[in-house]
Design a protein around this ligand. Structure first.
Ligand SMILES: Cc1cc2nc3c(=O)[nH]c(=O)nc-3n(C[C@H](O)[C@H](O)[C@H](O)COP(=O)(O)OP(=O)(O)OC[C@H]3O[C@@H](n4cnc5c(N)ncnc54)[C@H](O)[C@@H]3O)c2cc1C
Length: 413
């Protein structure tokens, strides 16, 4: 590969205790805790809102929420106040209200936010992360921090620093879970107001069209208190989640599948032919990409045996759910409620960086359980409390007695 050496001078625009890159469920959880503890905190995202998969990704419902206190409970309470929580599986929410509530929370806590700001480079000194370079309307800027939290889902900050990671099955990205482009539909008929599996409808319509269905467990998921909802259907296999070209092509295939599905229903389904197509998500749903290697790797045995850890930061109960090309469906099995240890959030051999969300250190099957948003949010929130405690006591994050901090703060069940 050819390289160029840049000679661009990058202005330092701010110095923070904590910079959170990526404002999805994990980023927002982290920012909630850091803000509450009075840390000077910046959260940034490439899109124009907070929430990641919760908002820009049109994801619903919010799995593994029921056993969570802290921010997840607070969000549910705030959504309930507006009658925007409930509906499908009794754990769905309105995307726009979620955005507004997240923004209000960050404003109340004094957390700085930067939207339409894309992380591009990690600043390091030896094996310590000291900041990030970002690109936005102001061009390229640097922001420095004591701790950078990588909440990008893809482990982008950690990978750029040089932290070790794995992807797919022994490096084979074609085994990564399928990607999905979510899309919104309106005019949901009364009969379908509670949503549900729409395989029969789609399969029948596909057969009539002579098309092969890309996924065998599609769902219509209405947004509470509205006549619109999201369809979880398109499934793209064999694309590399770390290739810009593949991401582009997967989006294009997703849109093709969406139109095919919509038109097939319109033509052949008396029930769902009345649906109106509103929009595809502005971001491709990527279920699996980098898993950063941490001080500890959550194993498949841990989730089967229900391992509890002295440094547990998340109580996970969601079962393993792998969207696989093998059966164009899901490989699904039960876990025993287990914990995620803080060590799985600490990239091995690195300081100044904490990862949270789906890119933490775990086996593929473990990730297929803890990746759901209730867990991503709780692990990041508790990591935020640990970072704050380490700062207050002026000790390394790795020396914090996690259980004592979290029990004292009643942050974990
Ligand atoms: C199609 C699909 C359906 C799913 N369904 C469900 C479901 O029903 N319920 C459930 O609970 N979970 C579901 N999940 C799982 C869940 O959505 C994710 O695992 C979870 O959102 C991961 O949280 P996160 O914070 O790690 O990442 P994300 O939610 O992906 O957030 C990462 C954020 O980082 C930002 N970002 C990334 N790179 C950069 C960069 N370079 N610069 C700036 N910002 C950046 C992104 O814009 C995004 O906002 C689903 C996932 C997919 C893909």
């Amino acid at each position: 590969m050819e390289f160029i050496t840049e000679t661009i001078k990058t202005p330092v625009k701010g110095k923070y205790d904590v910079i959170i890159v990526g404002a999805g469920p994990s980023g927002c959880g982290a920012a909630r805790a850091c803000g509450e503890k009075g840390l000077k905190t910046l959260i940034l995202d490439r899109f124009n809102c907070l929430g990641g998969a919760w908002t820009i990704g049109f994801m619903n419902p919010l799995f593994d929420h029921a056993n969570k206190n802290g921010f997840i409970k607070e969000l549910k309470d705030r959504l309930k106040e507006k009658n925007k929580w409930g509906g499908f599986a009794n754990m769905s929410f309105h995307y726009e209200y979620m955005k507004a509530i997240l923004e209000r929370t960050m404003q109340e806590l004094g957390v700085d936010m930067l939207f339409n700001t894309t992380f591009s480079k990690t600043i390091t000194e030896g094996n310590r992360v000291t900041g990030v370079v970002v690109e936005n309307i102001e061009g390229r800027s640097a922001y420095l921090a004591d701790v950078v939290m990588d909440c990008t889902g893809d482990g982008a900050v950690a990978a750029d620093a040089g932290c070790e990671f794995v992807v797919g099955e022994d490096g084979d990205y074609t085994e990564c879970q399928a990607m999905t482009l979510m899309f919104l539909v309106g005019n949901i008929p009364e009969k379908w107001k509670n949503g549900g599996m729409i395989f029969e409808n789609l399969n029948h319509a596909y057969e009539k069209e002579g098309l092969s269905i890309p996924f065998t467990r599609p769902y219509l998921i209405p947004v509470p208190d509205t006549r619109f909802g999201v369809v979880q259907f398109t499934h793209m296999y064999n694309y590399n989640p770390l290739s810009a070209k593949d991401i582009t092509e997967a989006n294009i295939e997703g849109r093709k599948q969406m139109i095919e599905a919509f038109e097939a229903l319109k033509k052949h389904d008396a029930d769902l032919g009345c649906l109106e197509l509103i929009a595809s998500s502005a971001t491709l749903g990527v279920r699996e990409s980098r898993r950063i290697i941490g001080d500890y790797t959550v194993t498949t045995e841990d989730i089967l045996e229900g391992t509890q850890f002295p440094d547990g930061v998340c109580d996970a109960t969601f079962n393993v759910d792998v969207h696989t090309k093998a059966n164009k469906g899901q490989r699904y099995y039960n876990v025993k409620p287990y914990q995620i240890p803080m060590r799985a959030l600490l990239p091995k051999g690195w300081d100044g960086i904490v990862v949270a969300g789906r890119c933490i250190s775990g086996s593929r099957d473990a990730m297929a359980s803890y990746r759901v948003t209730g867990n991503c949010c709780q692990m990041a929130e508790n990591a935020g409390y640990i970072i704050a405690y380490a700062k207050e006591k002026n000790i390394p994050i790795r020396e914090v007695k996690v259980l004592e901090v979290l029990e004292k703060g009643k942050h974990i069940l």
